[in-house]
Design a protein around this ligand. Structure first.
Ligand SMILES: C[S@@+](CC[C@H](N)C(=O)[O-])C[C@H]1O[C@@H](n2cnc3c(N)ncnc32)[C@H](O)[C@@H]1O
Length: 338
C-alpha cells in the first residue's frame, strides 16, 4: 500500500517507557522490561521522527500525532520539550494517551501552554480492577471534574477479559450511569492474549446483545473494534492507519533515508490489515473478513497464530451475530427502521 493524499495516519510516538501503574496485562511491558525501559525516548531519535513526519506531510495532510508509552504524564516538564519541539518543527499538537492518574487542573493548563491538543483517558474495567492499576472511580471523577477544561478529554479503551464477558452488561451500565456514555470496549490482546472458552463466548453474545438493545440510539458505542472494525468510522475502508514510532530505533531511523523508511512503513501498513480469503465462502460474515487486523495473525505468549485466527473467527461470528440479533429484535419491535 502506498501512502497517498487520501491516507489518514495516526502516528503513535512511544515517548517514554516510564509508568506509574503496573498493570499485569499491559502489552507494552509484555515485551519491554520495566527496569530497562524506565527511561524516555532519546531526544535525538524523537527529532529524527519529526523530520520523517515532515516528509510524510508531503504525502498526506491527514496526520494526527499522539504520545503514548508507558505513561507520558510521568515525564513531567520533560514532556513539554517533546511537545514544543513537535509543534515548532511540524506544526502538529499531539494528544496524550493517559491512565489519568496525574490529571489535574494544573497539568491541563501546563499542557495547554505547551501545545498538547487533548487527552485520551484509559479506564480500568470497574468490575475487574488490576492490582497494578488505579481505581476506576478516581479516574472517572477526575475525567468528569476536568471535562470543561481548556483541553478536551476523551475516553480511551476499557479492556474486558474473557472471564468477565459475563459482566459486560453490568460494566456498560456502571460506566453509562457514571459517565453518560460508554467508552470503547476491547478484548485483552497482543502478547498477553488468551483464548476464550465456549461459555465465555456465549456470555459475550448474551451480554452484548442486551447492551446493544438497551443503548442503541441512546449513546454511541464501539465494541471490540479490533474484531469488527467495519462497524466504526476509523476503519480500514476509511483508510485510517495507526503507525508506531517506537521508543528505540528498531527501524533504522538514524541511518536510513526518508525514502527507505517510507518503504518500511508502507510495508507495515500492508500488514496492518492483512488480506484474507476465508475458505468458508458460505459463511454469512465472509466478506467482512476480507481484511483482518494484524493482531489476529500473530501468536501470543500462550496461543499459536493458527489458534488466534480460529479465535478471530469465533469472536467475529459471536459479535456480528449479537449485533444482528439485537438490531433485528429492535426492528421487529418497531424501535428502529428495518
Ligand atoms: C499501554 S497504554 C499506554 C498509554 C497510557 N499509559 C494509558 O494508560 O493509556 C495504552 C493502551 O493500551 C491498552 N492496553 C494495555 N495492554 C493491553 C492489552 N494486553 N490488550 C489490549 N489493550 C491493552 C491500555 O488499556 C491503554 O488503553
Amino acid at each position: 500500500m502506498h501512502i497517498t493524499d487520501k491516507s489518514k495516519l495516526v502516528i503513535s510516538l512511544i515517548v517514554t517507557g516510564k509508568c506509574n501503574n503496573h498493570c499485569t496485562y499491559c502489552h507494552f511491558y509484555a515485551n519491554h522490561d520495566r527496569k530497562l525501559y524506565n527511561r524516555n525516548m532519546e531526544f535525538s531519535l524523537f527529532e529524527r521522527y519529526l523530520d520523517f513526519i515532515n516528509f510524510l506531510k508531503t504525502k498526506t495532510k491527514h496526520i494526527t500525532c499522539r504520545f503514548s508509552g508507558g505513561e507520558p504524564l510521568v515525564m513531567g516538564e520533560e514532556l513539554f520539550k517533546y511537545s514544543s519541539a513537535m509543534f515548532e518543527k511540524t506544526g502538529y499538537t499531539p494528544y496524550i494517551m493517559t491512565n489519568g492518574k496525574l490529571l489535574s487542573e494544573k497539568v491541563i493548563e501546563d499542557c495547554k501552554e505547551n501545545h498538547i491538543s487533548s487527552f485520551v483517558v484509559s479506564l480500568e474495567n470497574p468490575v475487574d480492577m488490576d492490582d497494578g492499576s488505579i481505581d476506576t472511580d478516581k479516574v472517572i471523577n477526575a475525567y468528569k471534574r476536568l471535562q470543561n477544561s481548556t483541553i478536551p478529554l476523551y475516553l480511551g479503551m476499557v479492556i474486558v477479559k474473557n472471564e468477565k464477558f459475563k459482566d459486560i452488561k453490568k460494566i456498560c451500565d456502571i460506566l453509562y450511569d457514571k459517565l453518560g456514555e460508554i467508552p470503547p470496549i476491547c478484548e485483552l490482546n497482543f502478547l498477553p492474549y488468551t483464548s476464550p472458552a465456549e461459555e465465555e463466548l456465549i456470555d459475550l453474545y448474551e451480554g452484548l446483545k442486551a447492551v446493544i438493545k438497551k443503548y442503541y440510539g441512546k449513546t454511541s458505542f464501539s465494541f471490540f473494534p479490533y474484531i469488527t472494525p467495519e462497524y466504526y468510522s476509523n476503519n480500514l475502508n476509511g483508510s485510517e492507519y495507526l503507525i508506531e514510532f517506537p521508543i528505540d530505533d528498531i527501524y533504522g531511523f538514524m541511518t536510513k533515508t526518508n525514502e527507505e523508511l517510507l518503504e518500511v512503513y508502507e510495508d507495515k501498513l500492508n500488514k496492518a490489515y492483512f488480506a484474507y480469503n476465508c475458505p468458508n465462502s458460505s459463511c454469512e460474515w465472509h466478506d467482512a473478513c476480507s481484511r483482518i487486523k494484524w493482531v489476529w495473525g500473530d501468536r501470543s505468549f500462550t496461543v499459536s497464530k493458527e489458534q488466534k485466527m480460529k479465535d478471530y473467527c469465533r469472536f467475529k461470528k459471536t459479535i456480528s451475530r449479537a449485533f444482528l440479533d439485537a438490531l433485528t429484535d429492535l426492528s421487529n419491535r418497531g424501535k428502529i427502521e428495518a
